[in-house]
Design a protein around this ligand. Structure first.
Ligand code: ATP
Ligand code: MN
Length: 429
């Protein structure tokens, strides 16, 4: 069996009129008009009109249905159709696979399906050009992020996702049986990425992480993708600069290189204006107080508070200098106020996209912070050992890629921008 193609449909153009081509894809539509039958054939790059003439072709076409996979041998010719400058006159149809109807969703999107039905038939949903555009944008965003970080001397690494001890405090971890031992799924690469600054200085990782939280929101999944960096000899303000250019470049790249996807989704991607505002936690508390929300210094910002703050700051902004007591054990305090930390969140309106900060690099301080927070330093022996080998001062952040994608595409629910999302209710497909 032969299933090679000579061209991607999207790579055909009017200069090829008269040329013989072999294309393949799925049938989006079939229309009979007297003696002619027209197929709309799509592959991942685009769509073409196929004209079937002659009894033999029409006979073959009788068994065809929408979403079946075919290969067409034919000649490019001028088209009279309004939507197509050229079309392919079929000489031969190879039916490679027939689709079984009824299909669970209409992938053309003429009949709207709800998100659950679409996720249950996700592979077919990708034939919907809106859905396909989301994942093409995601690809471009990832490649832009890799490019920006590489240009800034970051080295991409892969750290384990199956871990033997509960890092970072241990709340919200999925546990699993690892032969005779107890293991967990990593919540973040925090400890590994810090250790890696010893030898590689600047590292980044793009990977899945796991949180056993029964959150039912449009921004939480139990498995999500994070972009993480850690950099030696950088302060939190330096890594905020890196985060800003990572985000700005990704939007800029998508604005310039993804016009078809923007059109399909009906969105306009714009490079954000810079610099992103750096609002201190204290100032945020003051602003909230003006809005009638009274909080004490040290109180965490709840969802409703962030929504109010987001109305004042609708785009990207940093929330910096959080109280130490709200931050994990590895965060560094500020020099001028020991109750505050060298930390930040990147927000988009109400939505938290990233958290980061300067880390402690002094092993004695780190150990006493662990104890202060009631954590068992015995669980961190491997990590603490690395701090005795000459730990450089370092800073980093973790950026939720799914949340950033939802900002880029202007789609609120992260489930839409994740291929096979996992949430407390959804474990398949
Ligand atoms: P939130 O308060 O929104 O639950 P967090 O502060 O617990 O988030 P971090 O531990 O700071 O999250 O993780 C860094 C980033 O990873 C977050 O800013 C967010 O973008 C992303 N992230 C964290 N948890 C999730 C999740 N459950 N689903 C999707 N993205 C997540
Ligand atoms: Mn956070």
């Amino acid at each position: 069996m032969d299933f090679k193609r000579t061209h991607y449909i999207g790579h055909l153009d009017s200069s090829m009129i008269g040329k013989k081509v072999l294309v393949g894809g799925w049938i989006e539509d079939i229309r009979e008009l007297g003696k002619l039958t027209f197929l709309t054939l799509r592959d991942v790059t685009g769509v073409a009109q196929i004209v079937l003439v002659g009894n033999e072709a029409l006979e073959q076409a009788k068994g065809l249905n929408r979403q079946s996979i075919v290969r067409i041998t034919g000649t490019v010719q001028q088209s009279k159709a309004r939507d197509f400058p050229f079309e392919i006159k079929s000489e031969k149809i190879d039916i490679l696979t027939l689709a079984v109807h009824p299909l669970p969703i209409d992938p053309i999107g003429r009949l709207e399906s709800n998100i659950d039905n679409r996720l249950n038939a996700r592979a077919l949903d990708l034939r919907n050009q809106k859905t396909a555009s989301i994942f093409k944008l995601r690809h471009h965003m990832l490649s832009s992020i890799r490019k920006t970080l590489t240009e800034n001397y970051f080295i991409e690494v892969n750290t384990p996702k199956i871990i033997g001890s509960a890092s970072e405090g241990g709340a919200n971890l999925f546990s699993l049986k690892y032969f005779e031992k107890q293991a967990y799924l990593a919540q973040s690469p925090q400890l590994y990425k810090e250790q890696l600054t010893i030898g590689l200085e600047r590292v980044f990782e793009i990977a899945s992480y796991y949180r056993a939280e029964k959150s039912h929101t449009v921004r939480h999944l139990t498995e999500f993708t994070s972009v993480d960096i850690e950099a030696a000899f950088m302060d939190y303000s330096d890594v905020m600069d890196i985060l800003e250019i990572v985000v700005v470049n990704a939007f800029d790249y998508a604005e310039k290189n993804c016009s078809a996807e923007q059109k399909t989704l009906g969105i306009e991607i714009k490079k954000p204006t810079t610099p992103f505002e750096r609002l201190t936690y204290k100032k945020a508390i003051e602003e909230l107080s003006h809005d009638g929300i009274k909080l004490e210094i040290g109180d965490d910002l709840q969802d409703s508070h962030l929504r109010t703050l987001g109305e004042r700051h609708p785009g990207f902004y940093f929330l910096i200098d959080w109280p130490m007591k709200l931050k994990p054990f590895y965060i560094h305090e500020k020099d001028d106020d020991l109750t505050l930390s060298r930390s930040f969140d990147l927000q988009y309106g109400y939505l938290e996209l990233s958290s980061g900060g300067t880390r402690l690099h002094d092993p004695k301080k780190l150990k006493s912070r662990l104890e202060e927070q009631g954590l068992d330093s015995a669980q961190f022996v491997d990590h603490l050992r690395a701090f005795d080998w000459g730990m450089p001062p370092h800073s980093g952040w973790g950026l939720g890629l799914d949340r950033l994608m939802s900002v880029l595409t202007k789609i609120d629910n992260v489930r839409e921008v994740v291929l096979y999302p996992r949430d407390p209710e959804r474990l398949s497909p």
